[in-house]
Ligand binder design. Structure first.
Ligand code: CP
Ligand code: NVA
Length: 304
């Protein structure tokens, strides 16, 4: 499949059809892999990965994904690059575009990705910024489609911090006709512009009450209270105990609701061990699906 956009920085670049197409393609690639292997559709293609922040899933799933499609990935820690000695983002983008077919970057400031995208002639993928995590949402919505057989009409309850993953999930909900109820403490709401944008096409409710959010929810999601870029260790106190996903909160959602978390999780902070290790949890499928959904994305961007 082809995408209109050169880059994927937020998810707002995609049309609902393109979003659905990527999810369906991810499911196909997963089945193909399990039947014996993927076709080498990215033979001789390369991905350069830049990490300003730590990563387990993103790093490994992108690298192995490229390999499984016949391509190759190069991993760079931004500390090892001339970027750390003051080379401009513009010059870095232009140089890397001479070697590689795609750049994936995990950064602090989202602006850096926009600069990379402006100056790179090859596609740029956001592997997480302080504001968005679109690759996580491709994997999450693929997981929801596998478990619920549909997306449209479902309700997501987001509990805790209105962070980068939450912002991207709001775009995912808007693209697929799902509603979202977001329960955060005051001051921890998701990005105002993102909410305003998404409200044009779906229902996004903001509340401070977790039980309002989980009412009739098909999916209950949370994430760490303390993202990599949050340096204030005291912020955790603002969330506990009210915003913890525990059995009581889970049982206030629909009976067949699933529990999601992008990982890494802090057990017994944002979620109890009982819930994350329980029968409603699909967190390992989410982690696995990073591999399949990113392969669909890489193929769509690199072969476009
Ligand atoms: N969910 C996620 O992006 O995990 P990593 O930080 O391990 O890449
Ligand atoms: N919100 C988390 C997600 C980690 C994958 C963070 O930014 O650290």
């Amino acid at each position: 499949m082809k995408l209109k956009t050169k880059d994927l920085l937020t998810l707002a670049e995609l049309s609902p059809k393109e979003f659905e197409g990527l999810i369906n393609q991810s499911i196909k690639l997963k089945k193909e892999l399990k039947k014996g292997g993927n076709k080498p559709i990215l033979k001789n293609k390369s991905l350069t990965m830049i990490f300003q922040k730590p990563s387990t899933r993103t790093r490994v799933s992108f690298e192995i994904g490229m390999y499984q499609l016949g391509g190759h990935a190069v991993n760079l820690s931004s500390n090892d690059m001339q970027l750390s000695r003051g080379e401009s983002v513009e010059d870095t983008a232009k140089t890397l575009s001479k070697y590689t077919d795609c750049i994936m970057a995990r950064v602090y400031e989202h602006d850096l990705l926009e600069k990379l995208s402006k100056h790179a002639s090859v596609p740029v993928i956001n592997g997480l910024s302080d504001t968005f995590h679109p690759c996580q949402i491709l994997a999450d919505f693929m997981t929801i489609k596998e478990k619920k057989k549909k997306l449209k009409g479902l309700k997501i309850a987001w509990i805790g911090d209105g962070n980068n993953v939450c912002n991207s999930m709001i775009y995912g909900a808007a693209l697929s006709g799902m509603s979202m109820s977001i329960a955060t403490p005051k001051g921890f709401e998701p990005d105002k512009e993102v909410v305003k944008d998404a409200k044009k096409s779906t229902i996004i409710e903001l509340t401070t009450d977790p039980f309002t959010a989980t009412k009739n929810a098909d999916i209950v999601v949370t994430d760490t209270y303390s993202s990599i870029h949050n340096k204030d260790s005291k912020r955790i106190k603002k969330f506990l105990p009210k915003y913890q996903v525990n059995s009581k909160l889970m049982s206030s959602a629909k009976k067949n609701a699933i529990f999601m978390h992008c990982l890494p999780a802090k057990r017994n902070q944002e979620v109890t061990s009982q819930v994350i290790d329980g029968s409603q949890s699909v967190v390992w499928d989410e982690a696995e699906n990073r591999l399949h959904s990113q392969k669909a994305l890489l193929a769509a961007l690199i072969r476009a």
